[in-house]
Design a protein around this ligand. Structure first.
Ligand code: GLC
Length: 557
């Protein structure tokens, strides 16, 4: 596999910042760009190579910023464009690349493009969005104009909203112009029409705007939704209860993504810019298509969501790793791994214990592919419980967006003090703050740092090949190799101990997830590994839910 230095994203560890919840410097209870800048030392200390910033653009915040009203500015809630420039400059000075969120499928209904589009059927922007007439009687329509019986098709939008059991239609009736407009997400997020070349050019300009400001790439929101069958046909009945965005994978998306790739690859100044796309579709076989082909490349990287739906089970995980290894072995298809993000329940909550979350960190950071760490997972944060009536997100994703506690004080390092926009996660005043975990050498935070450092120092771990190794039931073990560099990784998914047979040779402890307390070098977990003295031949014993990374301590075969 080619490892040209220009393809920095292959060996990078990327950290996702959700700006509303990272740190508030202004005192309004919502995180902001200055709050991020002040904590860049956290990212540098952790050792990440890049950060992805979720949206900070002007927005009415119906979808907390994924409803963009101006793609080329900063919402006053988050700061100013000058503060953005300062953030990028400081990140770059620390060696941290910056990716911004590019939201191409829709705009806010307050975006000047849509305001114009809905002002009149003759607006020059009308064709930038999707408009349809009422379903006529002869096509099965019934009822007054703009009523549910006259919806143009059976597509549903993505968010139920509080207190609704079924998903609302993906169409909203526009009284003034007497037509429906399409929105795969909220009514406040009308879908752009990528079949219109003016849309493609205007959005390419958005990419250029941010590249001119020095960003190193883009996380592309809901990219699989961009292609639509121009006839907008009904979905078959077995799919109609699903949000349209969960099945929207029309072939017309691929030339659109290919054209975006050319805009990004065509940027003349180094470093090479990168696009990682959110392909929120069920299977890796669907995701891989978004890398394009060697002759017609599309995304540099694509998020594969399937592992975030895997229970803590070795068979389920092995199947997902196998899928990726089988489908994403070609030079143009480098995998990604992530366990959590701002849309999914945190994996610490899904897996139910610190021991499992620690072992999961080993999966994330030692499988073949680029890992994405979601802010707070390095603290082992759980989702915050949201009190009845306290839900603010139409998609019900508040828990995983709880604010980051920087210290154990009442305000946890937020200028807004004790009342941020969402409740604090469990343990914010105890062991889950950044300050508490910096002071505790066996914390989750130090484990992430050690794993990231291990990756960085090993070509095998960062870009090497992957091969399963024999392991007892309940355990997955694999080898990573690049030239003469090799690592052996074992993860025990069971809560009982397991003995793993090692490849020939002497192996040394590199990183283990054991908490240290009361564990000796012979079993590898914990404190004893710090001396670097622990070596193994023949086999190694894992505690329940323990994971380890070993490196050769002498010649191996
Ligand atoms: C993506 C984002 C999500 C947002 C949706 C609509 O899935 O990650 O947060 O609600 O797109 O933009």
């Amino acid at each position: 596999m080619g490892d040209q230095p220009s393809r920095w994203w292959k060996s990078a560890v990327v950290y996702q910042v959700y700006p509303r919840s990272f740190c508030d410097a202004s005192g309004d209870g919502v995180g902001d760009l200055e709050g991020i800048r002040r904590h860049l030392d956290h990212l540098a200390w952790l050792g990440v190579d890049a950060m992805w910033l979720s949206p900070f653009y002007p927005s009415p915040m119906a979808d907390f910023g994924y409803d963009v009203a101006d793609h080329c500015d900063v919402d006053p809630l988050f700061g100013t464009i000058e503060e953005f420039d300062a953030l990028v400059a400081q990140a770059h000075a620390l060696g941290i690349k910056v990716l911004v969120d590019f939201v191409p499928n829709h705009t806010s209904d307050q975006h000047p493009w849509f305001v114009s589009a809905r002002s009149s059927r003759d607006s020059p922007r009308r064709g930038w969005y999707w408009w349809r007439d009422d379903r006529p009687d002869e096509a099965g329509g019934s009822g007054p104009p703009g009523s549910e019986g006259r919806l143009p098709n059976n597509w549903r939008s993505a968010f139920a909203g509080a207190g609704r059991s079924s998903l609302p239609p993906a169409w909203t009736w526009d009284e003034r112009t007497g037509q429906w407009y399409l929105h795969q997400f909220l009514a406040e997020q009308p879908d752009l029409n990528w079949g219109n070349p003016e849309v493609a050019e205007a959005m390419a300009e958005v990419l250029r705007f941010w590249m001119r400001r020095g960003v190193d790439g883009f996380r592309v929101d809901a990219i699989h939704c961009l292609g639509k069958d121009p006839g907008l046909p009904d979905l078959p009945s077995h799919l109609e209860a699903l949000p349209r965005s969960a099945t929207n994978d029309h072939p017309s998306v691929h030339p659109v993504v290919g054209a975006l790739r050319q805009v990004v690859d065509g940027w003349p100044e180094p470093p090479a810019r990168m696009m990682v796309g959110e392909v929120f579709l069920p299977g890796a076989e669907q995701v891989v298509a978004y890398y394009g082909t060697p002759d017609a490349p599309e995304l540099h990287l694509a998020f594969n969501f399937s592992p975030t739906f895997a229970p803590w089970d070795p068979v389920e995980w092995r199947r997902r790793v196998d899928e990726v290894e089988t489908l994403m072995g070609a030079a143009h298809t480098w995998p990604t791994w992530f366990l959590s993000n701002h849309d999914r329940p945190r994996h610490r909550s899904r897996y139910g214990s610190d021991a499992r979350a620690r072992a999961a960190a080993v999966l994330l950071l030692t499988l073949r592919g680029t890992p994405f760490v979601y802010q707070g997972e390095e603290l082992g944060l759980e989702d915050a419980p949201i009190p009845a009536g306290g839900r603010v997100d139409p998609g019900g994703r508040d828990g995983c967006r709880a604010p980051i506690p920087w210290d154990g004080s009442g305000g946890h390092g937020w200028a807004g003090g004790a009342r941020p926009w969402l409740p604090w996660p469990p343990g914010a005043g105890g062991g889950r703050s950044v300050a508490a975990q910096r002071a505790e050498p066996f914390s989750m935070l130090h484990l992430y740092r050690r794993l990231i450092a291990a990756r960085r120092s090993s070509p095998a771990l960062s870009t090497g090949s992957f091969a399963w190794r024999p392991a007892p039931g309940g355990v997955l073990a694999w080898a990573r190799r690049a030239g003469s560099d090799e690592r052996f990784v074992a993860v025990n998914f069971a809560d009982r101990p397991a003995r793993v047979v090692l490849p020939a040779g002497t192996w040394a402890a590199e990183v283990g997830t054991g908490a240290g307390a009361g564990r000796g070098a012979a079993t590898f977990g914990g404190a004893a590994t710090f001396g670097g003295a622990a070596t193994f031949e023949g086999a190694v014993d894992l505690a329940g839910d323990e994971a380890l990374v070993l490196r050769p301590a002498g010649p191996t075969r």
